[in-house]
Design a protein. Structure first.
Length: 252
């Protein structure tokens, strides 16, 4: 990692108001390169056991592939593509053997020791990049309402409360190849923060609220606060919640 900042990171997960947990989240430090990190959020769908099997397969696949990754020689974007594609195939095989219909979203980001960051996502789990208290970039959902926003038919604000906001345009485990977007940040710097989260979290916040919370609080405190606030705003109808936050704090 380039000098000038220290990394703080945390994950958070809660069942919300659902009867069972289908989200999964992990934050991994590379076994041979301590400054190399991988964060993964997966929002499972397909009934109690089906959704959990799908998100578990995402976690297992990501962990196995990341352990074989060499940041000095391997291509980070290729690794993320492989995680998405192999998770998709394994979930489809699980569906055949279990006679269920497990599906999952994925939002995964990698931070290399050299300070570059690479992202991939499929579905409506999101990744946000904040810099010095402001949102720099976020992923665009693979969802029905996002297509309406892209066409200019509804606004971002209207999309938040649209009755069909839960309809996905694609995810892992379906008959079709999953949609996949890749993004790269050439060089992270002190004052940056990256968050991956499921829709059970982001649905209840504006980018400004997320940014200010992550800026003011430590990753652990931010995870706890966002889960608590999302649950309060859901008024007893909240989804599973999962998130991973990584902050690059300046050295004084």
């Amino acid at each position: 990692m380039s000098k000038g900042y220290r990394i703080q990171a945390s994950t958070g997960i809660h069942r919300g108001d659902r009867d069972y947990q289908q989200d999964q989240v992990c934050l991994l430090r590379h076994p041979r390169h301590p400054a190399c990190l991988l964060a993964v959020v997966a929002d499972g769908m397909g009934g109690r056991s089906g959704g959990r099997k799908a998100s578990d397969q995402v976690m297992l696949t990501a962990r196995q592939l990341f352990e074989r990754y060499d940041p000095d020689t391997d291509d980070a974007s290729a690794l993320l593509r492989q995680i998405v594609e192999e998770s998709h195939l394994v979930i489809k095989l699980t569906a055949v053997s279990s006679e269920q219909e497990p599906h999952s979203t994925i939002a995964v980001f990698l931070i290399n020791p050299s300070g570059d960051s690479h992202w991939a996502h499929a579905g409506d789990s999101r990744i946000y990049h904040f810099r010095n208290g402001k949102m720099v970039f976020r992923t665009m959902d693979h969802s029905y309402v996002q297509t309406l926003v892209d066409k200019g038919e509804i606004s971002e604000e209207e999309a938040q409360n649209h009755p069909n906001s839960n309809i996905l345009a694609g995810c892992l485990g379906t008959d079709n190849d999953p949609p996949m977007d890749i993004h790269a940040v050439p060089q992270l710097q002190a004052g940056d923060a990256i968050m991956a989260c499921s829709d059970g979290v982001w649905h209840y916040f504006t980018p400004e609220e997320l940014s200010s919370t992550i800026t003011m609080l430590s990753p652990r405190e931010a995870c706890e606060f966002l889960i608590q606030k999302a649950r309060s705003r859901a008024r007893g109808t909240g989804d599973n919640l999962s998130l991973a936050i990584v902050k690059l704090d300046p050295l004084f």
